[in-house]
Ligand binder design. Structure first.
Ligand SMILES: NC(=O)c1ccc[n+]([C@@H]2O[C@H](COP(=O)([O-])OP(=O)(O)OC[C@H]3O[C@@H](n4cnc5c(N)ncnc54)[C@H](O)[C@@H]3O)[C@@H](O)[C@H]2O)c1
Length: 242
């Protein structure tokens, strides 16, 4: 998480209010920011270093979690990144290298994170990722949109391969939430306008709570037979043509 607008901040807050113990991950220059944000959460929250593209960080992850929390019942993947050239309308010019960075950090990382944590995950564990509806092409979302389509597919494959261990893997496809990452997408004003005017249920881009609550439900044992699912939390926008 990069600020108290981050979706992950609110997932952590609600999970703690519901009785969960939570650890956060962060890396590089964001690490001290995440540590400062952790202080604002209702309960003590360790921060573990993790760059999802760093093999060493991934290899050290399960031992660090076991050390700080003693075990693991759930994972929230709230991670995405695309280089500037992969967003904002330059889709036809984006190099493979920049597209590959978006795909690795935003989609392959779900597999990397889950397998790194696998020694700790047990029957009934739940993995939840943050998605942005990839059934459509969005103005300016470009290779991040392609990465979300990949994330949706990675989720279905993880659901298939982890089902026999009774580990669930699902996504929350959220509507626009005004976070630092969202504000950095060129053309985001047009996207926000879509959410201000078109969903059947009124949608507030300043309110991450509906998204965070849905993550908590998927983390809990209230949906024990649901996996490989994409739960839309977007005011119903995905379902209508208005
Ligand atoms: N904000 C929205 O409108 C919206 C809507 C739907 C889905 N989402 C998704 O929600 C998730 C969280 O986004 P957010 O809007 O809260 O923004 P955010 O900037 O708070 O979260 C993105 C996080 O990704 C992390 N990250 C980037 N590269 C990483 C790497 N190599 N290793 C580890 N972590 C890395 C950043 O540190 C940051 O904490 C993302 O997957 C995003 O695509 C956001």
């Amino acid at each position: 998480m990069l600020s108290d607008t981050s979706i992950a901040f609110h997932v952590a807050r609600i999970a703690q209010q519901e009785g969960a113990q939570v650890a956060l991950t962060s890396f590089g220059r964001a690490l001290p920011i995440t540590e400062a944000m952790a202080e604002r959460l209702p309960a003590p929250t360790p921060v573990i270093r993790l760059d999802v593209t760093d093999r060493g960080d991934l290899d050290a992850l399960s031992a660090a979690i076991a050390d700080r929390l003693g075990g693991l019942d759930g994972i929230v993947h709230s991670i995405a990144f695309a280089p500037r050239s992969a967003l904002g309308g330059a889709f036809l010019e984006t190099s493979w290298q920049d597209a590959a960075t978006a795909l690795e950090v935003s989609a392959y990382s779900l597999k990397a994170l889950v397998t790194a944590c696998l020694p700790l995950l047990k029957e009934g564990s739940s993995v939840v990722g943050l998605d942005f509806d990839a059934a459509l092409a969005w103005p300016g979302y470009d290779w991040m949109g392609v990465s979300k389509a990949a994330l949706e597919s990675v989720t279905r494959y993880l659901a298939m391969y982890l089902g026999e261990r009774r580990i669930r893997v699902n996504l929350v496809a959220a509507g626009m939430v005004r976070t630092l990452a969202a504000r950095s997408i060129p053309g985001v004003d047009r996207m926000e306008e879509i959410w201000r005017t078109r969903p059947p249920l009124a949608w507030d881009v300043h309110d991450p709570e509906p998204t965070a609550k849905a993550c908590s439900v998927l983390l809990s044992d209230w949906l024990p037979a649901t996996t490989g699912e994409i739960l839309h939390v977007d005011g119903g926008l995905h379902a209508v043509m208005t």
